[in-house]
Design a protein around this ligand. Structure first.
Ligand SMILES: C[S@@+](CC[C@H](N)C(=O)[O-])C[C@H]1O[C@@H](n2cnc3c(N)ncnc32)[C@H](O)[C@@H]1O
Length: 808
């Protein structure tokens, strides 16, 4: 046991030893020395220590126990680190400084008390560490979910646990369940011996078998049988979740390290590096072989094409009279799968899309098309000329080919234009369009109008406010009561309920979302308000909201995001699917139609469509967030976990309707449409119903068509080229840059292997391989070189290294 220097001992701990005004006194104390301590973390720490010694006790980790962790930081060199419980920022400053010196980037401090969080912010700012430290205010489990959902943390390099003792285990399990604990993660937990944390020690020291056994037993709450006053230390006993199961397969190495409290009381602290199993070299070899087979065998593809041409004679054809159909958006997978479905059902399909003359899109080479035409873009519009030319180019095809049905698969940039085009096409020709009209498209496309309209329909929505000026957002984030205005007479004090509501209002978190299509801004997930009004205001100012560059301020819902895709004909949903939203929208696995979440999403979408009435025809896709904290939902509610035993499995669909929040709507086809690839005759029938099913009496509940949805056995869909880059090449690059470890690289490769073995490529069809071949052998390399020559490559890489290869 090392020696403790009595001269540096903190004042003795009193009965009441925090939240009695001493934290504010500390801030004043440090501020009084600001000129000598500014921008020096060690000087700020010395000032805090001096206060603890000469004024009042502070529950800081202190110099001695702190050194155990800073030594670890120097050794492990974490890129990011998490702290649960920041109090006045002693550990925050000590560890964030060590992290920065070791080359790390971000230190997240999770602190429940807004008052203490303000103290931390102030002292961190004086120490000159604001660039490194990010505060997340609120209960730690909420903070962990926020960091996970926002993508700020995908793996925990190192975590310091020093908050509500019973929450050590539940929070660790939560991190495990979210996949944040990986091989090499280091946990440093304070106070596990005194006052003591038996459930935590038991958990991290348990074997895999023991933890598996506990999973099926009825566990006591972690707050029960807790020693001393630890369970009620911060006022009340917290209701910790019993639902988060953790990952029993993870094994920890545990070590106790002797040290001293800042008062000089000797104590052990614990640190725990982690062990996990490694995959084999064989998988790597298998992956490489499959890649070569998939991409380089052009002659094989040619042979397949010839054979499948012969075999396609045996495809079942439509029972109806063949129709002539125009599908636009053939450059995207969603357009391609719709064209293929209609072709296989025996119809004549024409394709069209925008494409530069020097680089044809892959969809034009599909065997499902009778002919492909290049469309004039509506965008280089001078006085609406671009728009007129676009509509003319559509009308020309429709009239020349006697098109019966136009299926618009617009990209985000031409959704509104297609709304206008639909009106002209239906007015001037006999052709029907699967596309919302301009008014409805605008109402769905614009985020604030969509939420407002949905609220008017009586459906659950997140709070959403239009933001055209910085002040619009500040007015929501910092509501002032009328009585605080100088020019108005004071009004009576607010009722307790109103006060409670206003308090709640300010504690809610919001995200500022750009209403346009700039991906760099769309990625900004900063939770607002920031700790001070000034920081909030300057953050919003950097985004420069204006009437021509508007945003919405939307309530942050802590929970997973799901996307849906549906085809709606005259207010009825005919095709529907839902999936977990994936990074870059390049992986789709359908939710089981029997899962409660799927049913809730479908019900929500159906209610919306029916309330909109017979004018509502088009592709309709709502993105939902699920407030999993509200009803203790787990993965079993979506049917994706495959385990099926969770509480969510039996969730009531009506209850779920108030915990699913639409966050935006795409009035166009979603790439998740690929999940219908094997249902071609059903898909074709659904689209063709627009031409036949038009009598007013057909819109009744009794005659409701059955909704077509991908069966639970539908494989997941991915794009092999995207996976090659994001799952194979980029991890190697990041490994060379020492951004990730070898275990991360292997995990990525294994994911790719699983996709190759069990999932399906979103472009490839054995009978129609040329779009796939063109996409990867010509289009992507072409895009790559064009990007290099035009310089776009680098600017896009700043957004995301994989963005360039998004082909949805
Ligand atoms: C022992 S103090 C932290 C001391 C700090 N790590 C240091 O060494 O300077 C514990 C802190 O955890 C915070 N806390 C308690 N429960 C929490 C929870 N569920 N989530 C986040 N913070 C919590 C308390 O408000 C308190 O500030």
């Amino acid at each position: 046991m090392p020696h403790f220097d009595e001269k540096k001992a903190y004042a003795a701990q009193e009965d009441v030893f925090f939240d009695d005004g001493r934290e504010e006194e500390l801030v004043e104390f440090v501020k009084s020395k600001e000129s000598s301590v500014r921008d020096s973390p060690s000087a700020v720490l010395s000032a805090i220590d001096e206060f603890g010694r000469t004024q009042k006790y502070l529950m800081n980790v202190g110099e001695d126990k702190g050194r155990i962790v800073t030594d670890l930081i120097r050794e492990v060199k974490p890129a990011t680190m998490l702290e649960l419980g920041g109090y006045c920022g002693y550990s925050t400053i000590l560890f964030a400084d060590a992290l920065r010196s070791a080359g790390g980037k971000k230190y997240y401090s999770l602190e429940r008390s807004p008052k203490f969080a303000t103290v931390i912010k102030t002292l961190v700012e004086i120490a000159g560490l604001s660039d490194v430290v990010e505060m997340i205010v609120g209960p730690s489990d909420e903070g962990i979910r926020i960091l996970h959902v926002s993508g700020k943390i995908t793996r925990i390099d190192m975590m310091f646990l020093d908050h509500y003792k019973p929450a050590y285990t539940t929070d660790l399990k939560l991190c495990e369940s979210l996949g944040l604990i990986q091989k090499g993660t280091i946990l440093a937990a304070d106070n596990v011996i005194k006052p003591g944390n038996p459930p935590y020690l038991e958990y991290v020291r348990a074997s895999v078998e023991e933890k598996r056994k506990w999973l099926v037993e009825l566990r006591k709450k972690d707050t029960e049988n807790f020693p001393g006053k630890a369970a009620s230390q911060y006022g009340h006993i917290e209701d910790l979740s019993l639902e988060v199961k953790g990952n029993p397969e993870i094994v920890y190495e545990s070590r106790l390290v002797n040290s001293f409290e800042p008062t000089g009381v000797p104590l052990p602290a614990a640190k725990m590096p982690l062990n996990a199993s490694s995959p084999t070299f064989l998988h790597l070899l298998q992956n490489l072989t499959l890649i070569l087979l998939s991409l380089l065998f052009t002659p094989l593809l040619t042979l397949i094409t010839i054979l499948s041409t012969l075999l396609s004679r045996f495809h079942p054809k439509t029972q109806q009279l063949p129709k002539t159909i125009l599908v636009t958006g053939l450059g995207m997978s969603k357009g391609l799968i719709i064209a293929r479905a209609l072709h296989l059902a025996g119809h004549t399909v024409h394709g069209a899309d925008f494409e530069p003359w020097y680089l044809p899109v892959s969809g034009r080479f599909s065997r499902s098309l009778t002919r492909f035409r290049r469309l004039t873009s509506p965008h280089p519009s001078q006085n609406g000329v671009g728009m007129e030319r676009y509509i003319d180019s559509l009308l020309t095809i429709i009239k020349k080919e006697n098109v019966d049905l136009w299926i618009s698969c617009s990209g985000v940039a031409s959704a509104i234009e297609d709304g206008e085009a639909k009106e002209v096409v239906e007015r001037e020709t006999g052709c029907k369009a699967v596309q919302f009209d301009m008014e409805i498209t605008g109402r769905l496309h614009e985020k604030d109008r969509f939420i407002e309209g949905t609220r008017d329909l009586g459906l659950n929505v997140p709070e959403t406010y239009p933001v055209r000026f910085v002040e619009d957002a500040l007015a929501v984030l910092y509501p002032t009561s009328p009585s605080s205005r100088k020019d108005q007479p004071p009004s009576p004090p607010p009722s307790p309920e109103k006060e409670e509501k206003e308090k709640g209002q300010t504690e809610k978190k919001y995200i500022l979302k750009f209403t346009g299509t700039d991906d760099t801004i769309r990625a900004d997930m900063t939770l607002l308000p920031l700790p001070s009004r000034q920081e909030t205001s300057s953050h919003i100012s950097t985004l420069s909201p204006s009437p021509t560059r508007s945003f919405v301020l939307q309530q942050f819902i802590p929970g997973p995001e799901y996307c849906t895709h549906s085809l709606c004909i005259r207010g009825r949903i005919l095709l529907f699917t839902a999936c977990r939203s994936s990074e870059l929208l390049m992986h789709y696995r359908p939710l089981s139609p029997s899962s409660p979440l799927f049913k809730a999403f479908l019900k929500y979408t159906q209610i919306y469509a029916e309330k909109m009435g017979r004018e509502f025809t088009g592709h309709f896709s709502i993105d939902f967030l699920v407030d999993s904290s509200a009803v203790g939902l787990d993965e079993s509610a979506s049917g994706l976990s495959g385990k099926g035993e969770g509480k969510g499995k039996n969730a009531d669909v009506d209850d779920l309707m108030s915990t699913i929040y639409p966050i935006e709507c795409n009035p166009r086809a979603h790439t998740a449409a690929v999940l219908f690839s094997s249902l071609h005759s059903e898909v074709a029938d659904a689209y063709l119903s627009l031409l036949s099913d038009s009598s007013p009496s057909s819109f009744s509940h009794s005659q409701k068509r059955e909704v077509i949805m991908p069966s639970p056995s539908t494989p997941g869909y991915y794009w092999i080229g995207h996976d090659l880059i994001t799952r194979i090449l980029l991890p190697i690059l990041y490994l060379l840059q020492v951004k990730v470890g070898i275990s991360d690289v292997v995990a990525s490769w294994l994911e790719f292997r699983d996709h190759l073995l069990y999932w399906k490529d979103g472009t490839y069809e054995i009978w129609d391989p040329w779009p796939f071949w063109w996409l990867y052998v010509v289009y992507w390399p072409g895009m790559f070189w064009i990007s290099i020559f035009t310089g776009n490559w680098w600017s896009r890489c700043n957004v995301s290294t994989t963005k360039l290869f998004r082909c949805s």
